[in-house]
Design a protein around this ligand. Sequence first.
Ligand code: ASP
Ligand code: MG
Length: 408
Amino acid sequence: MRILVQKFGGTSVANLECMKQVREKTLAARAKGYKVLVVLSARSGETNRLLTLADEWSRDPEAAEVDALISTGEQVSVALFAMLMKDAGVKARSLLGFQIPMRTDNAFGKARILGIDNEKLTAMLEEYDVLSVAGFQGITDDNRITTLGRGGSDTSAVALAAALGCECEIYTDVDGVYTTDPNMCSTARKMDRVSYDEMLEMASMGAKVLQIRSVEFAKKYKVPVHVRSTFTDTPGTLVTQEDSTMEAVLVSGIAYDKDQARVTLRDVPDVPGVASRLFGPLADSGVVVDMIVQNPSRNGRTDMTFTVPRGDLKKTLTLMEDIQKEVNAAEVLHDLHVCKVSAIGVGMRNHSGVAAKAFEALRSMNINILMISTSEIKITCLIEEKFTELAVRTLHDAFGLDKDSMLG
Ligand code: ASP
Ligand code: MG
């Protein structure tokens, strides 16, 4: 039995017209001989609408009930789609998370998948040609409905493909993953292939094509994920394992993230325990600190600079008030108008000079770098927000990403 998982996002199932296009994609896979497991999201806007409802009706909506509520959006999609398939003469049925079952832990709103009963699924695929499966939802061991976090249908789809040992197509309203944001840089190019690690970096930097967790899942279980458009027939981008052709390209994409604020604790004693005193409470209150720089000390004192998501700045500054007094820091500075720009590529692992090239490109445009961080496959510069677009374009150009392939 040849099986394929196809996932369609909210804009792909928004109305009858769109859903008919989805049906064409599924029928095309059927014509190639596949049994198709179609994972659907809620129709666009629906999950938000349901979340607003919960807030209007309750002062403090219980997480388990929020999940019971917001999972209904997907139920609507899969029932309607099963009907459409039947109209086309295909043997199809809908399947909710609890009917699979898609077992999860009980972290409501961000549940993790624990296991999928693939024997039951395979048996159902023997009986039906198309299964219309609700994404985003699961069930706990004690029978409560859970959801997997926003964008979670991607993860449902990849997990199902992993369980069935098949490929996964993710259909969306863009035709693939681009070398950078096409709205910011007109020479951005669709990538044919991208490695899991690069995709993880791009996703975490705000290239919002796939939920990060789905990429982690795909990487762990080596599921090839094909990102493509519902509305065209172009090939899309394959997210897959790294190979030697990928390594030959130094930089494969430029990402940016404006959701950043910079905080400096100035003039603190350079003694053991200061970093722990500083970052412990931030971690405890759920603030994800990103870049961190500690300057070399002068006369036993130093500065600590770090970045946090903008939405967490207020919380961070409140925590800093106490810490400032305790560690006897001179002052706390902050800046909201910063942006992180990154060059990403697995080819960096084996090449030197990539960072120098990025810095030179930024210098050529007179863009000042405020902070730098690097990993094996990423160079990140924090810059003033007003230079974001210029920096993205400059780096995109400098690494030749507008050209078809650096290999020629
Ligand atoms: N409907 C859910 C959301 O809007 C899940 C998904 O679309 O992937 O986040
Ligand atoms: Mg999505």
